[in-house]
Design a protein around this ligand. Structure first.
Ligand SMILES: [Mn+2]
Length: 317
């Protein structure tokens, strides 16, 4: 599979590199690393994300060249969709823009593309990008290394999660050895938060609810809270980790009101429970430990449905 992708890279001249909407560090880092590497190989490479680069990743090399839309007349030899889980999460019909569609992912059940390189054991999609670039004989630049490291750092929760496998440390070790600025990356990711985010967190944490059994806990955000804090939806990234940090909690849930009709539900597991299963049951998707779904329904209705499902699960567990 890697050889087939390396072949496509060798033969192709123009590349579109996309990932999922509401991008996280792995999505953006992988997108920018691959785009930049392709450009350094002398190719035309356009990085695309419908939601653009989140502020805390704007320092990444090439972030200012990422586009949020493509002219319908454009055509590329190869379209990459990275870390997306499902093609539709790209938010753009990438297949329409390219001759060959390549899916690179570590999400389970990700199965689209003319070439589908999915390794669910990989710590991050960036680790797969690293493998591909090595297979191409590409010598990593400091800029590419910075994006790859940022992607792995963020997808492994700073090397704390169970997906932080030997490969993640080996790749990181090589990148650190090249001289990337690890403190600068960490401080931009974790210690440069907008004040509005902290204000919003204070409102959201006040909604904390811990189940009677103590096995699951949730926090909730209404659009009113978002407005009151003058924050943006992307400022809620990571909020779901707070209820999971409670002793005894196996499953954490973050309910985020999108509007009067739609509610987003984020799940995190400590490891014993497969929250990907919960999300899929509700029409969403994700990993064993991190999953999500957007449900048509008011905040109250969705909260009721999901919390009842969890109550039933833990009552029978
Ligand atoms: Mn990922």
């Amino acid at each position: 599979m890697i050889a087939a992708i390396a072949q496509q890279i060798k033969q192709g001249n123009s590349f579109l590199i996309a990932s999922h909407s509401s991008p996280d560090g792995d999505a953006i880092g992988s997108t920018l690393a691959l785009s930049l590497a392709l450009r350094l190989m002398g190719k035309e490479a356009v990085a695309l994300n419908v939601d653009g680069v989140p502020d805390n990743f704007a320092f990444l090399p090439g972030a200012d060249e990422l586009v949020t839309s493509i002219a319908p007349t454009r055509h590329y030899d190869v379209g990459f969709v990275l870390d997306a889980g499902e093609l539709k999460r790209a938010g753009v019909p990438v297949a329409d823009y390219c001759t060959t569609l390549i899916n690179i992912d570590h999400h389970p059940h990700s199965d689209f593309g003319d070439i589908c390189y999915v390794d669910t054991s990989a710590s991050a999609t960036a680790a797969l990008i690293y493998r591909i670039l090595k297979a191409c004989g590409f010598t990593l630049s400091l800029d590419v290394a910075t994006s790859l490291y940022t992607a792995i750092l963020s997808d492994t929760g700073s090397f704390r999660y169970s997906n932080a496998d030997p490969e993640a440390f080996t790749i990181a070790g090589e990148l650190v050895g090249m001289g990337i600025d690890t403190w600068d990356i960490a401080s931009r990711l974790y210690e440069s938060q907008p004040a509005q985010r902290m204000m919003l967190l204070s409102l959201v944490l006040a909604t904390l609810e811990i189940s009677k059994c103590g096995n699951y806990a949730s926090v909730t955000m209404s659009t009113e809270m978002l407005d009151a804090a003058e924050a943006r939806a992307e400022d809620t990234d990571g909020f779901v980790n707070y209820p999971r940090a409670i002793q005894g909690v196996e499953v954490a849930v973050f309910f985020r009101q999108i509007n009067q009709r739609q509610t987003k539900v984020g799940f995190r597991s400590r490891g014993a429970v497969d929250v990907g299963e919960f999300a899929r049951k509700l029409g969403g998707g994700g990993h064993h430990n991190a999953a999500g779904v957007t449900i048509d329904g008011t905040l109250e209705d969705v909260r009721h449905t999901v919390l009842r499902l969890l109550e039933q699960y833990f009552a029978s567990a």
